[in-house]
Design a protein around this ligand. Structure first.
Ligand SMILES: N[C@@H](CCC[C@H](N)C(=O)O)C(=O)O
Length: 259
């Protein structure tokens, strides 16, 4: 059977997206999905996403990492699937959809995709890092000389080490550029490499930087290797609410592959 796929990218975090509203896709072939995401033997992508029907919302997002395993929330993938749903005519400029971490509102305005993330009530602070879950688990660590930092080597050490071990964590290295602007480079679990951008990662960085007092702003710009993202939120003594991840999402090409 031939499968039609679409390639999307959001600030360089790239995804193969497939319309599975008719439930024609075999979802349990981990090796096949990993091969499809492979940059030499397949199409090449950081993740694979299925768009499916949902009874209560506009659609359902099912997300797999490049290693072929279904995983937790993907912020950039979430923005890309909103652009895809708009392209398919399933939604206009506003939507509510469901993903593994629950309901998400989203809108498209002036070519930017706004994705509402889950509220965050707990940020754990340690001597040299913070840890929080923004739909996916994130270790956040400030470093100096981010441009020349060995993200893959240092990220994988942290991802596989204590206390994360096999389940792992995504790892974000951060440098402050101004009061409300931070540069971020992320090692992604499930890709097991640095990606050009991570949506749940920059969301985690924005909240962690606010929590540690590095910024008082509730509208933060994040510079990733693949482009600029913005995170806005409201904070109070119970945590962070009304969190929005904002940035571009683009269809790159369409293709067919034997599946
Ligand atoms: N690229 C993503 C994060 C995808 C999930 C992550 N690799 C994990 O397994 O935790 C994003 O944009 O948020």
């Amino acid at each position: 059977m031939n499968m039609t796929f679409y390639k999307y990218q959001g600030t360089g975090n790239d995804f193969v997206i497939v319309d599975n509203r008719l439930q024609t896709i075999n979802k349990n072939d981990t090796k096949r999905i990993a091969r499809l995401c492979h940059r030499r033997f397949g199409i090449g992508a950081d993740g694979y996403i299925l768009l499916e029907n949902d009874d209560n919302t506009d659609f359902k997002m099912v997300y797999y990492n490049a290693d072929g395993n279904e995983s937790t929330m993907c912020g950039n993938g979430g923005r890309c699937i909103v652009a895809f749903a708009n392209f398919l005519g399933i939604i206009k400029n506003e939507t509510t959809f469901v993903a593994i971490d629950g309901l998400h509102k989203a809108k498209i305005e002036n070519g930017m995709v706004y994705l509402q993330m889950q509220d965050v009530s707990e940020i754990k602070s340690f001597d040299n890092h913070q840890f929080l879950d923004t739909g996916s688990p994130h270790h956040v660590e400030m470093v100096s000389g981010l441009a020349n930092f060995e993200v893959k080597a240092n990220g994988s050490k942290i991802r596989y080490g204590e206390p994360y071990n096999k389940e792992g964590s995504n790892v974000n290295f951060v440098e402050q550029l101004s009061d409300d602007n931070f540069a971020v480079r992320t090692y992604e679990r499930g890709v097991e490499d640095e990606t050009l951008s991570c949506g749940t990662g920059v969301t985690a960085v924005a909240l962690a930087m606010h929590k540690s007092g590095k910024t008082k702003s509730e509208n933060i710009s994040l510079k990733t290797e693949g482009g600029e993202l913005n995170v806005t939120f409201k904070s109070n003594d119970k945590g962070y609410k009304n969190i929005w991840l904002v940035g571009p999402a683009e269809q790159v090409f369409k293709g067919e592959i034997e599946w």
